[in-house]
Design a protein around this ligand. Structure first.
Ligand SMILES: Nc1ncnc2c1ncn2[C@@H]1O[C@H](COP(=O)(O)OP(=O)(O)OP(=O)(O)O)[C@@H](O)[C@H]1O
Ligand SMILES: [Mg+2]
Length: 235
């Protein structure tokens, strides 16, 4: 199967401290691929490396034929990669509509795109004029995802999108990820809790000390729960 995104043995550091050590990962077209690992394993750093937000010291990141690890950070989203950072990072002083507009502008998308995105998150339609800092935590997460989708990405990176959300919001996010998958979007999903992952994932990679220890089909995890213990500690 053709890869949507390939991390080929990448090294990343913060100053002198190396955090990713030859991390390799293949995101297949149309799959939901989860990164699991303990706090500090390097999951967020891997997503930042893809977005050009931390330099890739060795190895390379390819989006099909395009070597995106050579691009500037502002160029990466224009290649069709939507990113929802850990902790959301909205422009809290801007309204919902203005946040979405920033997403649309990134790749020159217009009304049709906005309508499609609001169709996925009807709650936002009622709140277009509201300052995004005053949205609830769950609504802010919806907005962060909606903004990423305003790029019409073919690759989506989600960093712990369900953190701190109530079950109904978690379910909604899962539904959206599944709906995007139907449309052929490839998603790289960081989660801490395996139970949040099992219902949506196709494959899971276990990240430990900045390395990909193992990538397995999700069915494999169901039959071998011990594997989760080994890499994540709690099951
Ligand atoms: N800006 C930074 N400067 C220095 N060190 C950093 C920086 N960001 C992350 N690190 C370090 O890099 C390592 C990997 O961090 P990262 O945020 O990628 O982990 P993570 O797997 O996403 O963890 P979590 O599950 O807690 O979000 C950690 O040891 C962290 O302290
Ligand atoms: Mg993280």
């Amino acid at each position: 199967m053709e890869a949507a995104l390939t991390l080929d043995s990448i090294d990343c550091s913060y100053g002198e401290v190396q955090v990713l050590h030859g991390l390799s990962l293949e995101l297949r077209r149309g799959e939901v691929h989860c990164l699991l690992g303990r706090n500090g394993a390097g999951k967020t750093t891997a997503l930042k490396a893809i977005m050009g937000l931390v330099p890739v010291r060795a190895g390379r990141i390819m989006k099909r034929e395009l070597r995106i690890s050579r691009l500037e950070a502002y160029e990466v989203p224009k290649t069709g990669i939507g990113y929802v950072p850990q902790g959301r990072r909205l422009f809290t002083d801007l309204t919902v509509a203005e946040n979405l507009e920033i997403g649309l502008m990134t790749r020159g998308k217009g009304r049709d795109t906005l309508e499609r995105v609001l169709g996925l998150f009807p709650v936002l339609r009622e709140r277009l004029r509201q300052r995004s800092g005053t949205l609830s935590g769950g609504e802010q997460q919806m907005l962060a995802m909606a903004r990423a989708l305003c790029l019409e990405p073919d690759v989506l990176l989600l960093d712990e999108p369900t953190e701190g959300l109530m079950p109904s919001m978690i379910a909604r996010i899962r539904e959206v990820v599944a709906a995007l998958r139907e449309r052929g979007v490839s998603t790289l999903l960081v989660e801490q809790r395996v139970e949040a992952v099992l219902p949506v994932a196709d494959r899971v990679s276990f990240i430990e000390n900045g390395r990909n220890r193992q990538t397995v089909e999700v069915e494999h995890l169901r039959s071998d729960p011990q594997m989760v213990h080994r890499y994540v500690g709690v099951g």
